[in-house]
Design a protein around this ligand. Structure first.
Ligand code: G4P
Length: 287
């Protein structure tokens, strides 16, 4: 799903999340482990108004594990609870209810001290489009998934999904917009397929990807496309384009006269990258 965001949409999205904040105890902020800052809403701190927050680095199965560990340290140093998960397989999600309760430890202890029986922790998942919110909700819901109103004729109302015995999740996540102002953020999102290619030029997206991968993940790249020579100077655009041409030749993306069709080569390259054929990679690192 790709959403075109306009100021009016942002205001509405923000308002919708803030309405939901009244109903919940904890926010689960979903980020893409391959690009945690680029997949983060620029106004998140302001929008969440200090609600206790658990950060999940999702799609960790696709990211470079060493860099993901660095990101976890980074967010923990910032004072957040943070873990890596893979919503598709369910890896890591069992920890979520305990971590959420841990965030509310003081409140729960006070309730217990007053002889009250603490109710389930209520949580809301938020994140930008495509970061895996629906996948995570479905995973956490397991067999308890509530009937939702995506079909015509059914009024959509908010429902709580039970997660084990001590947590409830709002079935509709909060959808946030990414940070548009920074072009590199746009490229990182486009490389992963999180934003539509038509917004940026496909050859520019592939160029951005090749430049980064050649620098940090050359071996799997070179192996996959059987390229012998690594670029000497990553800042030299001609050398990066030469790598793209080598990919095109390898995949038979040629025009009449034998010239490489760079647009086709870019499309093939991005498809293989997104399908995980080039191995695990991260597009930004904290340190
Ligand atoms: P959203 O609600 O935040 O918009 O995201 P959604 O759950 O629809 O997930 C977007 C895409 O990301 C889906 O792929 C989904 O399968 C994939 N995804 C979500 N979590 C993970 C994860 O932890 N690891 C991996 N590898 N992929 C994940 P899709 O291609 O749009 O659909 P499909 O392939 O599932 O049919």
């Amino acid at each position: 799903m790709t959403i075109q965001w306009f100021p009016g949409h942002m205001t509405r999205a923000r308002r919708q999340i803030q309405e939901k904040l009244k109903l919940i105890d904890v926010v689960i902020e979903l980020l893409d482990a391959r690009l945690p800052l680029s997949s983060r809403n620029p106004m998140i701190d302001e929008i969440l108004q200090g609600k206790p927050r658990l950060i999940l680095l999702n799609k960790a199965d696709l990211a470079d594990p060493a860099i993901t560990r660095e990101w976890i340290d980074y967010f923990r140093e910032e004072g957040f609870a943070a873990i890596a998960v893979d919503a598709s397989s369910g890896q890591g999600i069992k920890e979520i209810p305990d971590l959420a309760r841990e965030l509310l430890k003081d409140k729960i202890e006070k309730q217990l001290a007053k002889g009250m029986n603490p109710r389930s922790v209520r949580a809301l998942i938020v994140g930008i489009p495509n970061v895996g919110k629906s996948t995570l909700i479905n995973r956490m819901a397991g067999r308890n998934i509530a009937a939702t109103g995506d079909r015509p004729g059914i009024t959509k109302s908010q429902q709580w999904i039970k997660v084990g015995t001590q947590m409830e999740l709002l079935d509709t996540p909060g959808i946030l917009w990414p940070k548009f102002e920074d072009q590199n953020v746009g490229y990182r999102l486009a490389v992963t397929g999180a934003i539509r290619e038509e917004i940026l030029n496909i050859e520019d997206i592939a160029f951005f990807a090749v430049k980064y991968l050649a620098k940090y993940y050359w071996e799997p790249f070179a192996q996959r496309f059987e390229i012998k020579e690594a670029p000497q100077d990553f800042e030299n655009p001609d050398e990066i384009v030469a790598v793209m041409e080598a990919v095109g030749r390898k995949r038979g993306c040629l025009m009449s006269g034998g010239r490489v069709d760079l647009e086709k080569a870019s499309s093939v390259l991005l498809r293989e990258l997104r399908a995980g054929k080039l191995g695990r990679y991260s597009l930004e690192a904290p340190y």
